[in-house]
Design a protein around this ligand. Structure first.
Ligand SMILES: *Cc1c(COP(=O)(O)O)cnc(C)c1O
Length: 392
């Protein structure tokens, strides 16, 4: 059996056609028909929401990465040097780093145990405390749908409204996840998608910003193409970036859109199979959507917590890193959960509002292979390995 990876890219076969077209028409540049086509496909997908409360037609700007999309999203929200931005602590560093690029200060908020995402109660406490400490409101809230699990958006949006602080949704891992019938990334003021190599779909590298108006999309495109003003010569009145998606990458994206629904269904099926296969290991708890029926995750990665294991050397507990190593020796890639931002040396001085939830998840949590190449045979093999290693 080949090595089993967490989420390996999987091509539909249609990608080559779009790339060939780009070569044939010499559109090997960061704009062109594939970029427009990919943006159209993405917005058609997002606008097929069965519950779009305001009848909004979402606009998508294709960019060079999800990180670039967060960066430009924060610029659209007018985040500037000296501002504070509240960010979920339990996430990948790319959610927070663009705050730092802008000279602003990330303020980290811990998770609640149901979704593993931003705890709305702690969010409000953090806002109130920041206002009292700095005399100034945080400029934005970066909420993440980690591992494709929608965060408690209703509660977070209520707080966003109460304090008039916009929400930037980091849906990098959550394309196709639904909350209250709407796609993740369309619920906040702005939303971010990623098409990096191991995400639900890939353009080799890429991302997108989901906007609510044509003006916002135009502004994003403007900043993504060096903020060049509309003059017959090069005139710049603001600092821009080189963040547009290339026509070649967008060609891969157009091909991938033809299998997006299949990929999502596959990831959801993988979760169901893990639940069945691992049901008789009492130490394993599979991370599932809350029972309130509000959310339908894409289950980008199946994640579990394992009682009796720790990522540190602790007496009386088995070592999680050793388990990862033993799985790897059997040809199976597993991975620890994201290490919370408030634990990262680079953010040790950032203000954080912590309740212990993400620390505990990081201590005993594991990501399991969930991508399109993981089939029944692989799942049974992974399950056998986990049975052996955990129950020994
Ligand atoms: C992947 C990811 C990003 C960044 O996307 P890139 O396309 O890799 O820059 C941001 N946030 C989260 C939660 C991610 O998983």
């Amino acid at each position: 059996m080949n090595r089993i990876y967490l989420c390996l890219a999987h091509m539909s076969g249609n990608e080559q056609k779009f790339i060939q077209e780009a070569f044939d028409t010499n559109w090997v540049v960061p704009l062109g028909p594939n970029v427009n086509g990919f943006e159209q496909d993405l917005s058609d997908f997002l606008n097929s929401n069965d519950n779009e409360p305001n009848g909004i037609q979402h606009q998508v700007c294709a960019l060079s990465s999800g990180t670039a999309a967060i960066h430009l999203g924060l610029i659209l929200l007018d985040v500037k040097s000296g501002d504070e931005v509240i960010c979920q602590s339990f996430t990948f560093a790319a959610s927070a780093n663009p705050v730092t690029y802008l000279g602003a200060q990330p303020v980290f908020v811990d998770s609640e145990p149901d979704t593993w995402n931003m705890d709305p109660k702690l969010l409000e406490e953090a806002i109130v405390d920041r206002i009292s400490k700095t005399g100034k409101k945080p400029k934005a809230i970066v909420a993440v749908h980690l591992y494709g699990m929608p965060c408690k958006m209703n509660e977070i949006l209520e707080i966003s409204k109460k304090y008039d602080i916009p929400v930037l949704e980091d849906a990098a891992e959550a394309i196709g996840s639904k909350y209250n019938g709407a796609y993740c990334g369309t619920l906040g003021k702005l939303g971010v998608l990623s098409f990096n190599g191991n995400k639900m779909i890939t353009t080799s590298g890429g991302g997108a910003l989901i906007c609510k108006t044509v003006e916002e999309k135009q502004k994003t495109t403007f900043f993504a193409t060096q903020a060049r003003e509309a003059y017959p010569y090069y005139q710049h009145e603001q600092i821009g970036y080189n963040y547009r998606m290339s026509n070649i990458c967008a060609g891969i994206g157009r091909g991938q859109m033809s299998v997006l629904d299949d990929h999502i269904k596959h990831h959801q099926w993988v979760l169901t199979r893990y639940r069945e296969l691992l049901a008789d290991i009492p130490a394993i708890k599979v991370h599932l959507a809350p029972a309130d029926g509000m959310s339908l995750p894409n289950y980008w990665l199946t994640t579990v917590t394992i009682e009796g294991f720790s990522i540190r050397e602790v007496e009386g507990k088995k070592n999680l890193l050793k388990l990862i190593e033993n799985m790897s020796e059997r040809g199976i890639e597993t991975r620890a959960l994201w290490q919370p931002m408030h634990r990262q040396p680079v953010y040790r001085n950032a203000p954080s509002y912590i309740n212990g939830v993400s620390d505990q998840l990081f201590d005993c949590g594991l990501c399991l292979p969930s991508g399109p190449w993981v089939k029944e045979e692989e799942l049974q093999y992974i399950s056998e390995a986990l049975h052996r290693l955990i129950q020994d």
